[in-house]
Design a protein around this ligand. Structure first.
Ligand code: GLA
Length: 799
């Protein structure tokens, strides 16, 4: 709900209030963002009081000697009139001046959420959102700035963007234009961001906001694995369940910038938008520039409360199309099973083995198009390789479909190899500086998507591929960062526009293709998580979150994505052990458990596996099919988290070694929890799992799956029970392992939601050398369990 009280604008959601006021000077003073409050008409007590000009400060004008912009919370700050903090906007005017002064002119309230032109934006198909448009005019130049606020009451989310309109007869250069600015009163706050690299995305860093500024940005052309655009500001004492937490994101896939700055007066300023580094946009007369849309939320209920706001928002107002509310098919992808070495017969063997396990969708990854035997050639051409696929895509697809599986493929449409027919025909179609050496990344270059004819080429080529067979799923990859950014089709004065124009072109291509093929399930990918953002999620309902399929790495990566993104957009696969990225060995049980909380898939050479593993995988898939609605639609909670493995004190104190996740159905009738450990902590008999999000007043049945363990996992300990000596890994050992299995422990507890959550469930002890029977947990390094929780109906004691 949006209302105007006197000269105060109030934006209300179910649990939050956001307010700002027009000052006497016609600037916009930010008043408040936080838990819901009732404001008096004049905002007494909430607005700042400034009686004298601080020494050495800049007075705004003669009539307002006591008014300095530098120490006022503002909705947006123009550069040049005394506010020396991070500005919202920096322009170079025709006369060379870099000073702007945007002042309030009028407002409009709309009872809907409008799309943002040419860019992905949030949407509302439930009729709850409303929008406030604030029009500002520059005092000295003919420029209009419209600040757009949309309010999503149910999700406690506010989005912001800005549009600059050049009403003058001159061009103006935009050097910086942000999407969001939030000024907060001084306080003990932390800033959290998520940085990383290929195969180790989303490392969480919490930094105190004390002085100066912290910047979270990327300048590699894409939203990047080095700094995800999602960030948080939290009160220092905030925990998972209590305390002030703000979450911020940007619906954008290119160079982004967020900064949290502590002013000399202690106030906090947060800004976010397109990265001004390398960006310069010439705005012609009568032209407009629209910024990407920023997303923010606040919760007084700690990190979990903030995450839940973001999760609901992403699920309902970012992800769209036919797949939004549908559980996803369990897929088997050929990449880690075959890499580039594919052929129709090999793929069919894999698909057949997948079908036997219960797989629903078979995905042919890279390597299928002409000459693509490695990553050095053929990107751009998109014709099936006749040697590998003699009958083309259709023949393979039809055969896969006859097995009873859906069929999907991998593409990387935005890229071109120098060694391709496309490059030979159109050498100027890639982003590169004419006549200069180019730096390659994975032997490929970006196609120049600032050009309409290149966008049209991709749309046409991809349409042909998608139409050539009954394709149900597309993995849309993108495998490099930008370098040598230059478009041969733009004037030299406009080269600072290339990176953003690329994004606009890319969004046009994605929008056209996803609208043309609404039945296809698209999955975004960028060497794993190099472009995991809300821009991509506006077109593709899920993203391959990391090329790292190691269950331990993934358990942390997924925990950290979960701060800003729902698990239902995080694609997660079970793969071989030792793992191909880390050589770490983790139990199959854990590999499945971790993947099941995301969108489950496999990339695993099933035809190579032995009966034990195949049986386990089959049982896992069957289990997942029974429970996947919960995993997909449930509310996700983080519990305990790992501490740095090097923190010996933490381990010695029995903390920091465990990870807990719970997913709870919206009606709180069902839940699934995961407990995972990093390393075995010997002789620790007491282990506790603390589910979250249950109804404290309901009674529940808490139990686990009946699993069996391989006696070979106990190594030469077999000789502690065997009447004859068994040489480890000998024929006899393998024969025994085939015949006998160790029963896993069973938990079977009936208790109230309050007891399960607040006292924690005390589990059966894990193996501690002195004995093992079926009341003892087999729990090696990286061991884990899924626990199931179901509401007990009255008289349903036997469940
Ligand atoms: C990227 C992707 C992988 C795989 C390969 C294929 O690295 O992230 O999943 O598709 O490309 O070349």
């Amino acid at each position: 709900m949006i209302k105007k009280l006197g000269n105060t604008f109030v934006l209300e959601t179910k649990k939050t209030t956001y307010a700002f006021q027009v000052t006497e000077t016609k600037h916009l003073a930010h008043l408040y963002y936080g838990r819901k409050i009732r404001l008096s008409e004049d905002a007494a007590g909430v607005k700042e009081v400034h009686i004298f000009q601080p020494g050495n400060g800049i007075s705004y004008d003669k009539e307002h000697q006591n008014f300095t912009l530098d120490d006022l919370k503002l909705e947006m700050s123009s550069y040049g009139k005394g506010d020396a903090r991070e500005p919202f906007i920096c322009l170079t005017h025709e006369d060379g001046s870099v000073t702007s002064d945007f002042l309030y002119e009028k407002y409009e309230i709309k009872e809907n959420k409008e799309e943002i032109c040419g860019m992905p934006s949030s949407y509302d198909d439930e009729g709850n959102a409303s929008t406030l448009l604030i029009t500002l005019k520059d005092k000295a130049y003919d420029l209009t700035l419209v600040l757009k606020y949309s309010v999503y009451p149910e999700e406690n989310v506010i989005t912001r963007s800005a549009e600059l309109i050049n009403d003058s007869e001159n061009t103006v250069k935009i050097r910086r234009i942000m999407s969001n600015q939030l000024d907060l009163d001084a306080g003990d706050f932390d800033f959290t961001n998520f940085t990383g690299a290929w195969t180790r995305e989303m490392k969480k860093s919490v930094m105190p906001l004390k002085a100066g500024k912290i910047v979270n940005s990327t300048y590699v052309g894409v939203s990047s694995n080095r700094a995800n655009p999602f960030t948080m500001i939290s009160r220092r004492n905030a925990t998972e369940d209590f305390g002030d937490v703000y979450g911020f994101n940007l619906i954008y896939s290119g160079n982004h910038y967020s900064a949290a700055e502590v002013s000399p007066y202690g106030k906090i300023r947060f800004v976010s938008g397109i990265n001004p580094e390398g960006f310069e946009w010439t705005l012609d007369k009568k032209d407009t520039f629209q910024t990407p849309e920023a997303v923010m939320t606040y919760s007084a209920e700690g990190f979990t409360g903030m995450s839940h706001n973001m999760h609901r928002f992403v699920r309902k107002h970012i992800v769209r199309g036919q797949w939004r509310d549908k559980v996803r098919p369990i897929l088997l992808n050929s990449w880690e099973a075959c890499y580039f070495d594919i052929s129709e017969s090999k793929l069919l063997r894999l698909a057949k083995a997948g079908k036997e396990e219960g797989i629903e969708l078979f995905v042919m990854d890279d390597g299928w198009f002409k000459g693509r035997n490695d990553d050095k050639r053929a990107l751009g051409d998109w014709e099936p390789d006749p040697k590998k696929l003699p009958g083309g895509l259709k023949s393979l697809c039809d055969k896969v479909k006859r097995l009873g599986l859906d069929f999907g493929i991998w593409v990387e449409p935005e890229m071109i190899n120098e060694d391709s027919d496309l490059f030979r025909a159109h050498p100027d179609w890639s982003l590169s500086i004419p006549g200069k050496d180019h730096s390659e990344g994975r032997n490929e270059r970006f196609l120049d998507l600032t050009r309409t004819e290149v966008q049209d080429y991709i749309i046409e080529k991809m349409s042909k591929v998608f139409d050539s067979a009954d394709i149900s799923y597309v993995k849309w990859d993108m495998n490099r960062n930008m370098s040598d950014v230059y478009s041969a089709s733009l004037d030299k004065e406009r080269q600072g526009e290339v990176a953003h124009r690329y994004m606009l072109g890319m969004y046009r291509v994605m929008k056209t293709l996803t609208e043309k093929f609404p039945q296809i399930l698209f999955e975004g990918c960028a060497a794993g998580g190099d472009r995991f953002d809300l821009g991509i999620l506006s077109y593709f309902p899920q993203i391959w979150a990391s090329d790292d399929t190691d269950a331990f790495v993934r358990s942390e990566v997924e925990t950290n994505y979960s701060y800003g993104y729902p698990m239902s957009v995080i694609s997660s696969h079970v793969s071989a052990t030792p793992n191909h990225q880390t050589l770490r060995r983790t139990p199959l049980e854990t590999r499945f458990n971790v993947a099941a909380f995301g969108v489950l898939g496999y990339e695993y050479n099933f035809p190579d596996l032995y009966a034990d593993e195949l049986n386990q995988i089959k049982a896992d898939i069957e289990f997942y099919k029974q429970w996947r609605e919960l995993f997909f639609f449930g509310d996700f909670y983080r519990g305990r988290k790992y501490q740095d493995a090097s923190d010996i004190t933490a381990l010695a104190n029995f903390t920091g070694n465990e990870l807990e996740w719970t997913v709870v159905s919206p009606d709180k009738k069902k839940a699934a929890g995961m407990l995972m450990q990093m390393l075995v902590h010997p002789n620790s008999e007491t282990a506790i799992f603390t589910p979250k999000g249950l109804d404290p007043d309901k009674d529940y049945h808490f139990y686990n799956r009946a699993l069996k363990y391989n006696i070979k996992d106990f190594g030469s300990l077999i000789n502690a029970v065997s009447p004859v000596h068994v040489r480890p890994d000998s024929f006899a050992h393998n024969m025994l392992a085939k015949k006998f299995h160790m029963d896993g422990e069973l938990e079977d507890i009936k208790s109230s939601g309050s007891a399960l959550m607040y006292a924690g469930v005390h589990l059966k002890p894990s193996f501690a050398s002195v004995g093992y029977n079926n009341d003892v947990r087999y729990y090696p390094d990286f061991g884990s369990r899924i626990y199931l929780v179901e509401e007990l109906d009255n008289g349903d004691e036997e469940k």
